[in-house]
Design a binder for this molecule. Structure first.
Ligand code: COA
Length: 257
């Protein structure tokens, strides 16, 4: 399928989705958002793909929602278009999703990175929520995901000042898994994706679901959900393969069954 604002490259068992509006620093227009969620829907269904890298390329991740597209919209128009609600398709993706961030990840770009499961940042990366400078607030999860990952005071600083933080500070705060030289970011993310792609897909899916549940439930609900997933995995071929491969001192081969 052809896209206008993104590129999708499948090198099974991984895929790379690249935001591709370089002239406007990958500003996230509604069409681009639709293409990202459509592409992820396709990759979700494609059994040959087991992990996905999401990137903006070598220079910029994304400088936020498209200001030109929003400047003169009314509240009702914005509500009808449900611009930010469309991102739910990213948060709902069940396979490992790794953000490879170079340059600016601002506004919706930062929120998009925070929807991913792992973040590899180039040393040039800058994470921020500058919406306050435009008279708005983040609308795609920023006010909720920042405090849950970096804590209240960091979230307040980022939200209220509108100033971005460096990749190194983001790493110290625990919102970035790895900081690497900018020219290595995408390759390191792909390497991580290939490593994850060798693991049992159903176990990855359940592990991801369980961790995300921790953001959204009481500990007792989370523990109950975790237990159910744990027992469920004993019904899979991959669990039998994983444990027997260990006992037979060989590498497991997992089919996602
Ligand atoms: N929406 C629409 N266009 C954007 C954009 C956005 N979020 N971010 C950048 N652009 C466009 C600029 O208008 C400019 O277009 P032009 O060449 O036609 O003038 C082009 O991308 C390059 O941006 P520019 O501002 O010239 O680059 P810079 O290196 O001087 O600054 C930023 C980079 C990211 C600091 C600056 O572009 C910026 O502050 N962008 C907005 C960030 C933001 O507020 N995001 C939240 C949106 S809700």
């Amino acid at each position: 399928m052809g896209y206008d604002h993104i590129q999708v490259e499948i090198e099974a068992p991984i895929a790379t989705v690249t935001l591709n509006r370089p002239k406007v620093l990958n500003a996230l227009s509604p069409d681009l958002v639709r293409e990202v969620t459509t592409a992820l829907g396709g990759l979700e269904a494609d059994e040959s793909v087991r992990a996905v890298v999401l990137t903006g390329g070598p220079k910029v991740f994304a400088a936020g929602a498209d200001i030109g597209d929003m400047a003169d919209r009314s509240a009702v128009e914005q509500l009808r278009r449900d611009h930010t609600g469309r991102w739910a398709g990213v948060a709902a993706f069940t396979k490992p999703l790794i953000a490879a961030v170079n340059g600016y990840a601002l506004g919706g770009g930062c929120e998009l990175a925070l929807m991913c499961d792992l973040i590899v940042a180039g040393d040039s990366a800058r994470f921020g929520q500058p919406e306050v400078n435009l008279g708005i607030i983040p609308g795609a999860g920023g006010t909720q995901r920042w405090p849950r990952t970096a804590g209240k005071y960091v979230a307040m600083e980022v939200m209220l000042s509108g100033s971005p933080i460096t990749a190194r500070r983001a790493h110290e705060l625990g919102i970035v898994n790895k900081v690497v030289p900018a020219e290595m970011t995408i390759e390191v993310a792909r390497r991580m994706a290939r490593q994850l792609a060798e693991k049992p897909p159903l176990a990855l899916r359940m592990a991801k679901e369980s961790v995300l549940k921790a953001f959204d439930s009481s500990i007792s609900e989370g523990l109950a959900a975790e237990r159910q997933s744990f027992y469920f995995l004993f019904s899979t071929e991959d669990q039998k393969e994983g444990m027997h491969a260990f006992l037979e001192k060989r590498k497991g081969v997992f089919k996602g069954r």
